[in-house]
Design a binder for this molecule. Sequence first.
Ligand SMILES: Cc1ncc(COP(=O)(O)O)c(C=O)c1O
Length: 427
Amino acid sequence: MTISPANQKNWELLEQNDPAVYNAIRGEEKREMEGIELIPSENYTYPEVFAANGSVLTNKYAEGYPGKRYYGGQEFTDIVESLAIERAKKVFRCDHANVQPLSGSPMNQAVYLAFLKPGDTVLGMDLSHGGHLTHGHPVSHMGKIFNFVRYKTHPEKQGWIDPEEIMALALEHKPKIILCGYTSYPRDLDYSIFRKAADAVGAITMADVAHIGGLIAGGVMRNPFDYGFDIVTTTTHKSLRGPRGGMILCKEEFAKAIDKSVFPGLQGGPHMQTIASIAVTLEKALQPEFKEYTAQILKNAKALAETLMAGGAKLITDGTDNHMMVVDTTLSFGVGGTEAEVALDKAGITTNKQVIPDDPNPPLKPSGIRLGTPAATTRGFKEAEMKQIGEWMLDALKHHSDDAYLAGIKVKVVEMCLKYPVPGVSA
Ligand SMILES: Cc1ncc(COP(=O)(O)O)c(C=O)c1O
């Protein structure tokens, strides 16, 4: 009996019936195999995740939660969702897990909508200092519905967060939620600062660990639950290496409100193929090799940061404690973030332009770039390769308008990449 889809046959059908999409996917495979991926929010997922994500579970509606669904035929969806929930609780050491958020933005929205009324105050991190759009940036719907007060980092403290500012802002604005977590801050957090401020004003503590969820799972960065945090949100596709998705983890007392907020509050049918893939990812995160992998991500980030700084790059906070670096390319090399991103692309190294704290330039023409090591580490690169990549980057930034020079670097980049297969993609 054949019960699994004939995978090869599916690809042949796609090639025959929709060559435009087929060729774009094949093009992306080649791009991923031949280039160095340094965007800190990206990773190469597991071959097993490709299997679960492309499975029949994509056919199934499963509104509700395991054992309480609004459709029949749930004997297998209940198994995969229960596995994902139990594994999430074990990995992050928490009481409750909701694995249904469709991605990182809806996971944060579901938390706000569970506990806030329009106009209520949230204390969160300013975007140019490291916070995410969903942390109340004025262009986001959340920023329009709720009153976000923003803390910043401080140049006089080497670009770090100031604990006294967090407490002072909490006492002044009495937020309902105190939110920490970031998308472009290269340090670990002292969660006790936020917990203390929340205790002073009776606020809920929320940590958005979208970027560092995998590093917390691997035990190489602090876990907010160890500091008494109430709610932790994380994406599943960044350092955790899973499918694109989001999870909300919380103490038992918040569980009911969170579940109601995700469904029926914000979403309809959960993506069961993603939830199965999250279950697979979390089982991987429980293995000892995952700890080693996450430790290597940090070692690789340090090696890259040191090489870049030795070559004259100004890194925000002068280094990194996590997987990520923010480089002020304007100050270091007289090259704006957009030009730096384009030049590095031409050299086969993918990065993203990035605003720096209080950037005088607009988001599409910012002053810097952001780098990270999860994908490079997945591929098997270690400190020696990161050092080599750092040298190529310095070279590329110094010759940013010399296309022939950049093409010369790309030849060496491709040669190195082809020695390190991309899991589930390279033959
Ligand atoms: C801290 C943080 N929260 C939330 C998100 C949103 O995730 P998504 O892009 O999956 O909606 C991101 C994405 O970069 C993020 O960095």
